[in-house]
Design a binder for this molecule. Structure first.
Ligand code: UD1
Ligand code: CA
Length: 460
């Protein structure tokens, strides 16, 4: 039951999305819609995948061209699903055997179902095997017409169906397994004499029956799997189901989700066991979270590597950061790209970091901006510290050695270096390098004018 390739039909525009973006590139749980059936086909064993693109083909190509084993076929004019397949066949030259045909807008399809489809296809020896489903409301779908012995005879589209046929509750999913030889031999026979004047791929079922080439069917266990997304309501519905699947896997693997219905984790994210995730968290992209971490409410993490036992407190936002063991971040902290926090670092509330390495045990507990800096270990950054890294044209670096104590309300005007174990007095604007073990202080000396306020009041 080896599958040689998969075709994914994705040339349609998706008018009901009412979007400037082609339907199959809308995102669900961190993947473009088309990426879901594509992953299922891959997992089911399809080595070569051909995407049939039409509307915004350049966008589709841009998004998928870097993925190995993917070719794009162009269907310039959308003349129907049969026409779409015929546009793609020369991309499969040299291949033979079974090919899966999928739609780019069915994100809930699973690899397990495709494997069942391929297994039935191989076992029956049919030229065409169709995935079907029984629906309470079959309106709009093609119907599976069977004979009195239950054998599939043909598929009739909603718009072409007689009232009797419209009463059939078994529908065509638009997902098939077909023999390439059969496809190549018969695709040219499809006509467009039907209610929509389209070349229907579904007519191949009737042709397979007439040619005694065999037609078989597999009924999907879960009708959700064949659900096509056509508008934003269905997009939200499908995305919710995908999130539920992701969350279920994580919970079974030992992650506590305090409220899985309010936890938004991309398919690409990894989370270690005994990590607790509170509601409102959003974990995206190439993110991995270690074991024994706590993510409080409304933490957003994208493309970060977070080690074990890290505390991410409420409302923190992290992107492209690396966080080592036992670090604490937030509440309401912002780690921007290039932030590297070594073990036991503490970042407190309203602290922003960007392109910063902070050594083991260093702390910036309150209201601070650290950008373009290299900070050693056991450094204390006082409240309100600012690295002044930008002169309006260029970015400059601040280097702070191990064991430095930076008092509150300090500005470090980069480029500047503070030597190890130095102390910067509160309120200092550091404009020159500070040698190790030294005190830097730059403040106007305080003057107290005794009774000045009283006199000011008396004079009027
Ligand atoms: C098709 C089936 C129908 C089935 C339904 C399941 C046919 C004739 N009918 O109907 O039996 O119940 O899917 O959802 O096949 N596409 C192209 N090029 C085209 C036309 C379509 O690439 O010229 C792509 C679309 O982008 C989409 C898929 O094919 O991904 C299905 O097209 P759609 O128009 O939604 O098919 P239906 O008319 O709904
Ligand atoms: Ca259509």
């Amino acid at each position: 039951m080896a599958i040689s390739a998969a075709l994914i039909l994705a040339a349609g525009k998706g008018t009901r999305m009412k979007s400037a973006l082609v339907k199959v590139l809308h995102e669900l749980a961190g993947r473009p819609m088309l990426g879901w059936p594509l992953a299922a086909a891959r997992e089911a064993g399809a080595g070569q995948i051909v995407i049939v693109a039409g509307h915004q083909a350049d966008q589709v190509q841009k998004r998928f061209r870097a993925v190995p084993g993917i070719k794009i076929a162009l269907q310039e004019e959308q003349l129907g699903t049969g026409h779409a397949v015929s546009c793609s066949l020369d991309q499969l030259d040299g291949l033979s055997g079974a090919v899966l045909i999928l739609c780019g807008d069915t994100p809930l399809l699973t690899a397990a179902t495709l494997q069942r489809l391929a297994a039935e296809h191989a076992a029956s020896g049919a030229a065409v095997t169709v995935l079907t489903a029984r629906l309470e409301r079959p309106f709009g779908y093609g119907r599976i017409v069977r004979d009195s012995e239950g054998r599939v005879r043909r598929i009739v589209e909603q718009k072409d169906a007689s009232p009797d046929e419209q009463a059939i509750d078994e529908v065509n999913s638009g997902i098939y397994c077909m023999e390439l030889e059969f496809l190549r031999a018969h695709i040219g026979r499809l006509g467009s004499e039907n209610a929509q004047n389209e070349y229907y791929l579904t007519d191949l079922v009737g042709i397979a029956v007439a040619e005694h080439a065999g037609c078989s069917a597999v009924v999907a266990d879960d009708p959700d799997e064949i659900m096509g997304v056509n508008d934003r309501v269905q997009l939200a519905h499908a995305a919710r189901i995908l999130r539920q699947r992701i969350n279920l896997q994580l919970m079974l693997a030992g992650v506590t989700l305090v409220d899985p219905d309010q936890t938004y984790i991309d398919a690409s994210v990894q989370v270690g066991s005994d990590t607790v995730i509170w509601p409102g968290c959003v974990l995206r992209g190439a993110t991995s979270i270690g074991s024994g971490c706590t993510l409080e409410n409304n933490v957003r993490v994208s493309d970060c590597v977070i080690a074990d036992r890290v505390q991410l407190k409420a409302g923190s936002v992290l992107s492209e950061a690396q966080v080592a063991e036992d670090v604490s971040v937030g509440p309401m902290a912002h780690l921007r790209p290039g932030s590297v926090l070594q073990a036991q670092v503490k970042i407190g509330n309203f602290v922003e970091t960007k392109k910063v390495v902070m050594g083991t045990g260093s702390k910036a507990s309150h209201l601070t901006y650290l950008g373009d800096a290299e900070i050693g270990s056991d450094v204390n950054i006082g409240c309100g510290t600012i690295t002044c890294n930008y002169d309006g044209r260029h970015k400059h670096k601040t280097v702070i050695g191990d064991g430095v104590f930076v008092g509150s309300d300090v500005q470090l005007v980069a480029p500047v270096t503070v030597g190890a174990n130095a102390l910067i007095a509160a309120g200092t604007t550091v404009t020159q390098d500070v040698p190790p073990d030294s005190l830097a202080i730059a403040r106007t000396p305080q003057v107290n004018k005794t009774d000045w306020c009283l006199k000011k009041r008396d004079n009027g």
